[in-house]
Design a protein around this ligand. Sequence first.
Ligand code: PRX
Length: 634
Amino acid sequence: MKRISSLHQYCHQYQKSIDDPESFWEQIAEDFNWHQKWNRVLDWDFQTPQIKWFENAKLNITDNALDKHVEKHPDKVAIIWEPNHPDESVIKLSYRELHDETCRFANGLETLGITKGDRVIIYMPMVVQAAIAMLACARIGAIHSVVFAGFSAHSLADRIDNCQAKLVITSDGNFRGEKTIEVKKLVDQALASTKSVQHVVVFKRTGQPISMKTSRDIWWEDLVSNISTKHQPTIMDAEDPLFILYTSGSTGKPKGVVHTTAGYMVYTAYTFINVFQYQQNDIYWCSADVGWITGHSYIVYGPLLAGATTLMFEGVPTFPHPGRFWEIIDKHHVNQFYTAPTAIRALQAYGSDLPKKYSLESLKVIGSVGEPINKEAWHWYHKHIGRGRCPIVDTWWQTETGGMMISPIAGVTPNKPTFASLPLPGVQPVLVDKTGKILEGMNVKGNLCIQFPWPSILRTTWGDHQRCKETYFSMYPGMYFTGDEAKRDHDGYLRILGRVDDVINVSGHRLGTAEIENAINAHKNVTESAVVGFPHQIKGEGIYAYVVLGDDSSMDHDTIIDEIIQEVRLFIGPIAKPDKVLLVPDLPKTRSGKIMRRILRKVASQDIQQLGDISTLLNPDVVQEIIEKAGLAS
Ligand code: PRX
């Protein structure tokens, strides 16, 4: 694929992608293997919404991610796996080996009766088998849904139920720093309350004792023993679903974002190659987890489609020491490194002398994703990790967008700290005011929408198309609404300011306040709660929960707070644990009974100078009481 290598070329390509999107993407799609070509490049309307890219084309994505490269460079390393503990052996899988392992597992899945269209949950640690499981599903046309292994049994059960999964692929346990997590036990708990799952495949990672249910559970090794390394990929339609990935929104339970095959393939490969300026012998490392969209698009699919060498790291940045990330970069001569601002801030806290102990000279490009990167972190990352010479690609995108949308192209787009900068080719962002009027010109701030489809836009939310329409396409008819606010500066550069809905971003993890409130409200003594985000030095945003107890609660308050926190861990997972629980007599409400979150956000941020007009509240006195409880009264 021809890469954009100058600003002039970017401008030219961008214009072309706007003037004639169909021929722009058609030309890029020519680089892939197709069983049958499309008869129409794009058919869309944002009202229904209904979006089809490469209509009637037939393909299998793994043919492009594996077989194509096995033909050209079978011995090139596809995946480098760095274990949780550095004393354990590194695994390197060539394209041939990855192809063979994927085929074996695909054959194994078929012996379990899994076929095209079936849903398969992958609930695994960061082991190579997680990628193999995803690819094997794609090979046979099963729809994978990876659930981050940090989510609780309850969250897992919700997802299994929502997509009526037939199979769960998991591991006995999971190493994470010093901890060992009982993954299989959580699966057993989840399956106790769901009915659709027929089999569980268990990969042995930790060797800890687990229970295996006869006729339901099977070891990975047993499934693939004496099985062929050849597998004819299932022919998929361009618009057949590739995967479902659950993500949080402002209301209700997490929704299953659906991505389809061809558009996702073309877009993730194109953006990977261009944004990182990946060259054939480079070693690329994205430190995300495969349980998130970043792991799907830029650990597994994008890099493998590009024939790249992608590194997977099982552990955490601070184990066994806080120099681990930098050690891994030197050990494997990583050329492109992609991480989240929360990790940068956490490592920055150990001081600048630490990265000085490492060479880091292999690095050419460093990236950021998941949340707005603050100025201090940007400069620290640039100076101490990029050594002042590596461009930073601050990539803005979402689970729903499938791939990067607004981002510098490394070495091509001039960097401006904290700005995601310019849209990638094919992306048509607009800023709108509250009435939906497009804000033209420079130096404006507004809600970020996209007014034209790109190939990897979500197609629906699993089992509930109406929800997809209402969430993304109804607020500003004719446009996809991102939920983010952004500003455009005098150079036309875009800076993402953050969410404008009830979604909070904790350490780059997206959580809905309603989800956390539901978990808190499940506690027997809780009458009502309201959760808001507040600025947090390391996590970006922290979780602040205001909780109203029932009259009958005579229990010790500290015990109740501990129990509430425990309840959230059990319902969602440790990532959703509130940083602060404040017991309050009531919540500030409008006369129509709506909680005034604006005021709660101000108190949580300790910014109570300008609370605005509170006289119209149903219960204005409660504001002062909350301020006092929060210890902010002067
Ligand atoms: O608010 C934006 C923030 O993360 C949200 C999307 O979260 P998720 O679907 O979990 O995907 C994260 C990884 C792609 C966005 O709505 N976000 C993501 N990247 C950036 C960002 N905010 C600012 N700058 C970014 N580079």
